[in-house]
Design a protein around this ligand. Structure first.
Ligand code: HDD
Length: 683
């Protein structure tokens, strides 16, 4: 046994009871006798070149990172399945849609776009919603976002967009945000981005969690049936729990309180068996509709309103398993728009065509060689046979002599002329040009429609977001250029933003095509589509020694019946001594459990504790934030001293808990998610 000085471990041994754990080895399988000390010449001597164990360990550590994704670097994934509701045989021959009730394994990765891998979850940003479906006819990747349109119409502008959005190349900041000159300079020069700007300045870019957001395939795709008939399709993911976002001031604070807020939420929901679910919706339409529509269906900056082409729900996606290993699964998963299956095909959307080129490239760079499809997370789960061979890290290597086709050896795979993938034989003719179709030039009509489809509260948030972001732009000419474009969207909005910035409203930019007045689409509003219940949400209850346990138990029972979660926040995480004398552990200490982490709050302190804690800054923030973020607040009469010190005026969003039964009223109120009537008072 080595002395304490030599082991450097304070005399602790690492032996375990029964010695059942496996032996530590090098990657070559060599058993390691001492993993605490490198080889050196004497106790205080130089390190020895001979120490191959040290060298191997450090060598491997030095190479642990792979390049992060150039966009969507920060993300979080989970496994699950897609279940088909009904056969879609008449529309597509895609195998996963043929049989009602069939389950197809799935892996989903949610992400932000601009920030690096270590950025915070609540950045104002588009969320990636990438779904890999391991079908019996190959992997189908639907690589979408939580917003149904995009900034640009042609893939050739993607590097410019991303360069402009990310941190500026000289300073290296700001990270994970578009609130800077380069971004607004670029988008104000690209009127095609206006529709997307309305979406990203809305609450859609600060979702409450991945579980409460929609997903979209964005482009028009094709579904093709066994007879070769093609139908256009737009893909939607509809969250079963409904949509929900946080407020901007809340997002800023969540980023500090819990930068992993979204990934923790997904992990916890799955681990507690509350499996997140989305329905897959299809908007199906034909050439005739496409020709009659006011916009070009190949233009990814346009939607087809759900009121015009209804969304047909054809299956559900359930996430029921977290990853075993973040790196192996979430980091190494390789999504590619070009991964389609027989029965799904592309359209000529110029953004999609460019994407199909880009995703393969990026995998080669990130995963280091052409064999990334052999990684378990990327490999198909159906039988697959081809003659690709060798290359870096080839670990599925065929046996035998046959590695080409045709061959006369009677071995190896053959083509499947009937069932294999065939592209839709669309007629392609015309001069070779760098040009966009005429209809792509309508940049404002749908941006205006989006804005006019929002509730007044949501419109206020859009205005505030523009004021915040443009307020971070240091060059007045960029702000003015953006305002001149926004006048084409909504005059009152542009005027209010100008006022918020303390600027004169500039003249309107001349639109390339006249703005068409479109009917509002209520489906575009989060608030006009409230959730069916408060399920999946979380209430933070502030408790102290002497809390009335009967009221707390009642609250807990009501929330559990609703499918919501209660977490206890106490002065100390060790817990409280209840009114009946037992110790109740807390989930958070007051300092570590600010109210921004919860959808609604409850205050059940003893009166003595309330009086003592009322002047404490963290306590005041806890309540003042819940109030400013328009949350519902349940409270016992003993909480009164807290309200006074926090300077909050009780309103209809404050619900007294005086007797068992009152909690039911609180939970019912919480189904509205926020008490928006308060917002004008706290702005
Ligand atoms: Fe992209 C990643 C979604 C346009 C090039 N994209 C990426 C991811 C999502 C999207 C969700 C992350 C996948 C994951 O979780 O690993 N991208 C979109 C959507 C777009 C879009 C919805 C427009 C409708 N993307 C787009 C264009 C290009 C790219 C126009 C290039 C021409 N995207 C990439 C990429 C990434 C990527 C560079 C980075 C990492 C990766 O692919 O695997 O190839």
């Amino acid at each position: 046994m080595a002395s304490d000085e030599m082991t450097g471990n304070g005399g602790e041994t690492h032996q375990t009871a029964g010695g059942a754990l496996p032996t530590l080895t090098t990657s070559q399988g060599l058993p390691i006798a001492d993993g605490q000390n490198s080889l050196r010449a004497g106790p205080r001597g130089a390190g020895l070149l001979e120490d191959f164990i040290l060298r191997e360990k450090i060598f491997h550590f030095d190479h642990e990172r792979i390049p992060e994704r150039v966009v969507h670097a920060r993300g979080y994934g989970a496994h699950g399945y897609f279940e088909t509701y009904e056969s879609l045989e008449a529309i597509t021959r895609a195998d996963l849609f043929q049989r009602a009730g069939e389950r197809t394994p799935a892996f989903v990765r949610f992400s932000t776009v601009a920030g690096n891998k270590g950025s915070s979850d609540l950045a104002r940003d588009v969320r990636g919603f990438a779904v890999k479906l391991y079908t019996q006819q190959g992997n189908w990747d639907l690589v979408g976002n939580n917003i149904p349109v995009f900034f640009i119409q042609d893939a050739i502008k993607f590097p410019d967009l991303i360069h402009a959005a990310k941190d500026e190349p000289d300073s290296g900041f700001p990270q994970a945000q578009t609130a800077h000159d380069n971004f607004w300079d670029f988008v104000s020069l690209m009127p095609e981005s206006t529709h997307m700007l309305m979406w990203i300045m809305s609450d859609r870019t600060i979702p409450r969690s991945f579980r409460f957001m929609e997903g979209f395939g964005v482009h028009s795709f094709r579904m093709v049936n066994a007879q070769g008939k093609s139908t256009f399709v737009k893909f939607h993911w509809k969250p079963k729990l409904g949509m929900q976002s946080v407020m901007w001031n809340e997002a800023v604070k969540i980023n500090g309180a819990d930068p992993d807020f979204h990934r923790r939420d997904l992990w916890n929901a799955i681990q507690t068996g509350d499996f997140p679910e989305w329905e897959l919706g299809l908007q199906l339409f034909d050439e005739e509709f496409a020709a009659s529509f006011d916009f070009d269906i190949l233009d990814p900056t346009k939607i087809i309103p759900e009121e015009v082409v209804p969304v047909r729900r054809v299956g559900r996606l359930v996430l029921d398993r977290v990853v075993d290993n973040f790196f192996a699964e979430t980091e190494q998963v390789a999504f590619m728009t070009q991964n389609v299956v027989p029965g799904i095909d592309f359209t000529n959307d110029p953004l999609l065509q460019g994407r199909n080129f880009s995703y393969l490239d990026t995998q080669l760079k990130r995963l280091g060689g052409p064999n990334f499809a052999q990684l378990p997370i990327n490999a198909p789960k159906c039988p697959f046979h081809h003659f690709q061979q060798d290359g870096h890290m080839a670990f599925r290597n065929p046996k035998g002599r046959v590695n080409y086709e045709p061959n006369s050896w009677g071995e190896g795979p053959r083509e499947a002329p009937e069932t294999g993938f065939r592209s839709v034989p669309a007629e392609e003719m015309g001069p070779k040009l760098r040009i966009r179709p005429e209809l792509f030039a309508d940049h404002y009509s749908q941006a205006r429609q989006f804005f006019q489809s929002q509730t007044p509260v949501e419109q206020g948030h859009i205005r505030d977001a523009f004021v915040f972001e443009l307020g971070k732009v240091q060059t007045p000419a960029i702000r003015a250029r953006m305002l001149s474009r926004l006048r084409n969207v909504d005059e009152a909005l542009a005027a209010k933003i100008a006022d918020g910035l303390g600027m004169e409203l500039p003249g309107a930019a001349a639109p390339a095509r006249p703005v068409i007045e479109l009917a509002p689409s209520p489906a575009l509003s989060i608030q006009l589509n409230p959730p069916p219940s408060f399920a999946g949400r979380k209430v933070g209850a502030f408790v102290t020694d002497g809390t009335d346990m009967a009221l707390l138990a009642d609250l807990q029972a009501e929330l559990a019946a609703e499918g919501a979660v209660l977490e206890l926040v106490a002065p100390k995480v060790g817990g409280i001594i209840s009114s009946s004398g037992e110790i109740v552990p807390a989930d958070h200490a007051l300092e570590g459990g600010p109210s921004v982490l919860f959808d609604a709050v409850a205050l059940l302190p003893s009166e003595a504790a309330a009086r003592m804690l009322a002047p404490v800054a963290v306590m005041r923030d806890w309540l003042a934030d819940a109030h400013a973020h328009c949350k519902f607040v349940a409270h016992t009469a003993s909480a009164a001293p807290l309200f006074e010190k926090a300077g909050v005026a009780m309103d209809g969003g404050y619900i007294p808990l005086a007797k068992p039964g009152d909690a039911a009223g609180f939970v019912t109120a919480c189904r509205q998610l926020r008490f928006w009537e308060r917002e004008p008072q706290v702005k």
